[in-house]
Ligand binder design. Structure first.
Ligand code: HXC
Ligand code: NAP
Length: 281
C-alpha cells in the first residue's frame, strides 16, 4: 500500500507500544523505515516487543515509564533521545479503561483513568512539544481516541471524559502549534480485538457478538487497517492534515453512538455479579 521507505528518517515514540494496537503500530511503522521508541509501565511487554522488532532487523529501544508521572516522562524521553536521536513523532496510545456503573466508582478510580489517558497525553505532548518548539524542528502528535470522545458513552465515563479531553487537546494545539511546524491529529478506532481491551470491556462471547453486530460492516477492525491509517497520518504524505480526527470503525458509531450504552439493559444483579468477580481476583 505504501512505498517501503515512507517513514524513513523518522523516530516514532509510541506510549503503550508493547501491547495491542501500540505493538501493531510499532511493527507497521518499523516496516516502513521508522526507528521505534516505546514506553509503558511493564518492562516485560516492552522488552519482548523490542526484541521481536530487532529480530526482524528494525531499530527499536524502550524505556519504562508511567505516563502519569512527568518526571518519569522527562527521563524516558532523555534516554530514548540519546539512544535514537531526536524523536519526530509522538503517538499517545497508552490507556486504561474498565466497565462500571458510574455510581460504583471511587474518585480514585476516576483519577486513575484520567491520569493515564488525559494527563499522560497532555504531559507527553508538552514534553515533546517544548523540545520541538525550542529546536525549531517541528513534529507530529497522533493521539488514539475513541468514537465516544464526542458522543460520550455510559459505563465507561472516566475514559469518555478523558478521551474528550484528548480530542480537545488535538484540536486546540493544531491551531496553537501549527505555525511551529507541529501537526496534531487523532484516530478514533471502533472495536479492534486486543487482550487489554477485551479482558476489561468484553465480558463474554455473547457480548462480543452484540458488539460485532453493532457494526454495519459486520466485523471487528484488523490491526493492520489501523496501523496503515496511522502510518499515513504521521507521514509527510499527510502534511496538510492538522487538527483532524479520522474515524476507523466500519460505520459503527453512526449506527448507534456510545459503544457501551446498550448495557442499560443489563439487570442490577448482573452488575453486582461483575463487581463480585472483580473483587475475587
Ligand atoms: C471499578 C475499578 C475497576 C473496575 C479498578 N478500579 N478496576 N473500579 N471497576 N473494573 C479502581 C480500583 O478499585 C481503584 O480504586 C482504582 O480504580 C485504581 O485501581 P488500581 O488497580 O490500583 O490501578 P492500576 O494498578 O493503576 O491499574 C490501572 C487500571 C488497569 C486502569 C485499573 O486496568 C490497567 O492497568 N489498565 C491498562 C490497560 C487497559 O486498561 N487497557 C484497555 C484500554 S482499552 P480504589 O478507590 O478502590 O482504590 C480502551 C478502549 C476504548 O481504552 C474503546 C473500546 C471500544
Ligand atoms: P492495551 O493493549 O491494553 O494498551 C494499553 C497500553 O497502555 C498498554 O501497553 C499499557 O502498558 C499502557 N499503559 C497503561 N497504563 C499506563 C501507564 N500508567 N503508563 C504507561 N503506559 C500505560 O489496549 P489497546 O486496545 O491496544 O488500546 C490502545 C489504544 O487504543 C488506547 O488508547 C485505547 O483507548 C484505544 N482504543 C482501543 C480500541 C480497541 O477496540 N482495542 C478501541 C478504541 C480505542 P503497561 O501495562 O505495560 O503499562
Amino acid at each position: 500500500m505504501f512505498s517501503k521507505d515512507l517513514l524513513k528518517g523518522k523516530t516514532v515514540l509510541i506510549t503503550g507500544g508493547g501491547t495491542g494496537l501500540g505493538r501493531s503500530m510499532s511493527f507497521g511503522f518499523a516496516s516502513l523505515g521508522a526507528k521505534i521508541a516505546i514506553v509503558s509501565r511493564k518492562e516485560e511487554n516492552l522488552k519482548e516487543t523490542v526484541e521481536d522488532l530487532r529480530k526482524e532487523g528494525h531499530v527499536a529501544e524502550y524505556a519504562v515509564c508511567d505516563v502519569r508521572d512527568p518526571a518519569q516522562i522527562a527521563s524516558a524521553v532523555d534516554a530514548l533521545w540519546s539512544k535514537l536521536g531526536p524523536v519526530n513523532v509522538l503517538v499517545n496510545n497508552a490507556a486504561g479503561n474498565f466497565i462500571s456503573r458510574t455510581e460504583d466508582l471511587s474518585t480514585r478510580a476516576f483519577d486513575t483513568i484520567i491520569g493515564i489517558v488525559l494527563h499522560g497525553s497532555v504531559y507527553f505532548s508538552l514534553e515533546l512539544g517544548k523540545r520541538w518548539i525550542s529546536s525549531g524542528s517541528g513534529g507530529v502528535i497522533l493521539s488514539i481516541v475513541t468514537t465516544y470522545s464526542w458522543t460520550g458513552s455510559a459505563y465507561v465515563v472516566p475514559s469518555a471524559v478523558s478521551k474528550a479531553g484528548v480530542l480537545a487537546l488535538t484540536r486546540s494545539l493544531a491551531v496553537e502549534w501549527g505555525n511551529r511546524g507541529i501537526r496534531t491529529v487523532a484516530i478514533a478506532p471502533g472495536m479492534f480485538p486486543t487482550e487489554g481491551a477485551w479482558k476489561r470491556l468484553v465480558p463474554d462471547n455473547a457480548f462480543e457478538d452484540i458488539m460485532k453486530s453493532r457494526t454495519p460492516l459486520g466485523r471487528f477492525g484488523r490491526h493492520e487497517e489501523l496501523s496503515d491509517l496511522a502510518a499515513f497520518l504521521i507521514s509527510d504524505g499527510a502534511s496538510y492534515i492538522n487538527g483532524e480526527v479520522v474515524t476507523i470503525d466500519g460505520g459503527e458509531w453512526l449506527a448507534g453512538a456510545g459503544q457501551f450504552n446498550n448495557l442499560r439493559e443489563m439487570p442490577p444483579e448482573m452488575w453486582e455479579y461483575m463487581k463480585q468477580k472483580r473483587n475475587e481476583k
